[in-house]
Every structure is written in C-alpha cells, then in structure tokens.
Design a protein around this ligand. Structure first.
Ligand code: B4P
Length: 193
C-alpha cells in the first residue's frame, strides 16, 4: 500500500496524473476539488456554501475539506490513497498527519508537479474552450480572473507546504511541463514497479 500527495499549482496536472494512477495501480483518488464540485452538484447545504468561494478561485475552509477527507479515509483502500489537491494549507497538512497516525498509515511520497505560470494559464483557458466547444459544462473557476486568485492563493497558502515536506524528507519534484505520458513515467519511476 502506497499513499502519495500530488502537490502543485492549479492546472499543474494533479487530477490528470491521479486518474492515471487509479487506472494502473488500484489506488483511490481523493480529490478535494471533485468532492466539493460533487457537493455543489448535489445541491447540499455545504455545496451551496462553497459554490461562491470556489467560483472566485478562493480556498474553502480547512474545516470543510478536512471533514471530507476524514470520511473518505475511513472507507480504506487496498492500493493506497492519492491525495489530489489536499493538503492545500499548513493546518490541512497537520490535520492529515494526525489522521494518518490515527489510522496507522503514513504518507510515502509527496510529488510536486512544477509548471510555469504562463503554461498554467494556457492549460486552464484551453480546458474551458474545449469544454465549451464540446457542449460540456465549463468549470466556474476556469477563467482568467478566477485563475489569478487561484494562483495567488497557491503561492500564499499552498507553496509553504513545499518547505514543510522537504524538511520531512519525502518531497520529490517532477517536471510538469513535460507531456502527460512523460510526467506519468517520472511518477512511475518515483513509486517503483
Ligand atoms: P482542483 O479541482 O484541485 O483543481 P486544479 O488545482 O485547478 O487542477 P489540477 O492541478 O488537478 O489540474 P488538471 O489535472 O485538471 O481545485 C479547484 C478548487 O477547489 C480550488 O480553487 C478551491 O476553491 C477548491 N479546493 C480544492 N481542494 C481544496 C482544499 N484542499 N482546500 C481548500 N479548497 C480546496 O489539469 C488542468 C488541465 O491541464 C487539463 O485540461 C489537462 O488536460 C491539462 N494538462 C494536465 N497535464 C498536462 C501536461 N503534462 N501537458 C499538457 N496539458 C496537461
């Protein structure tokens, strides 16, 4: 069983790589972004509460996302968990550490996907264009204005986690500018066969 965290700015490819790992390694993807979008789609009270925050590109409260993760961890996973978009703040990282201890598990690897800001903007704007062209729903936060705030939130609140995990000795860096397949190969190399 291997538990990993995928760390990186919006559009770095965390969700894309997590899906590959689910398909190839029988791991369970815990994407807080997907969980929050599902809550919105269900129309639940919590979903309604977070809708505006997310569309503006801001981070949802730690309390809400930690609650979502706790619930999913209790369901277990044979192949291990991929934390995709969680933790995003230092209090979330501390909470994850406590939860893992409680459940007698540990984070084996933290993989940082490194991508330049200009490329992130291109990817997000492209995703919005492709979805619109295909008649699919466009994410409310996939626009230049929200992205500016998402990036600021990342540098202010999430990037300190790079130092946090570096100090713990389990941070690995991957060139997220490479093709999806090459990023996948780098992650496979880190995780081993
Ligand atoms: P997320 O859903 O986590 O979204 P993301 O960071 O934008 O996406 P990701 O990095 O997964 O990029 P993707 O693979 O999709 O968060 C959305 C919002 O939810 C946050 O702003 C916040 O409001 C809230 N939230 C979530 N978690 C939270 C938490 N823990 N605490 C508080 N709030 C939280 O890739 C993007 C695009 O790039 C795709 O189109 C993909 O095809 C393309 N792409 C990927 N890899 C590529 C590559 N190597 N080359 C070319 N294109 C690539």
């Amino acid at each position: 069983m291997t538990n990993i965290i995928l760390l990186g700015p919006p559009g770095a490819g965390k969700g894309t790589q997590a899906k590959n790992l689910v398909a190839t390694r029988n791991m369970v993807q815990l994407s807080t972004g997907d969980m929050l979008r599902d809550a919105q789609a269900s129309g639940s009270e919590m979903g309604q509460k977070v809708a505006k925050i997310m569309s503006e590109g801001k981070l949802v409260t730690d309390q809400i996302v930690i609650g979502l993760i706790r619930e999913k961890l209790q369901q277990g996973s044979e192949g291990g968990f991929i934390f995709d978009g969680f933790p995003r703040t230092l209090p979330q990282a501390d909470a994850l550490e406590k939860l893992m201890l409680e459940m007698e598990m540990k984070v084996d690897s933290v993989i940082e996907l490194q991508v330049d800001d200009e490329v992130l903007v291109d990817r997000i704007v492209n995703r919005a264009k492709e979805a619109a062209a295909a008649g699919e729903p466009v994410r409310a936060d996939d626009n230049a204005e929200s992205l500016k705030i998402r990036l600021m939130e990342y540098y202010k609140k999430t990037s300190p986690l790079i130092g946090y995990y570096y100090a713990k000795g389990n941070l690995q860096r991957v060139d997220g500018l490479a093709s999806i397949e090459d990023v996948q190969k780098s992650i496979d190399w880190i995780l081993g066969k």
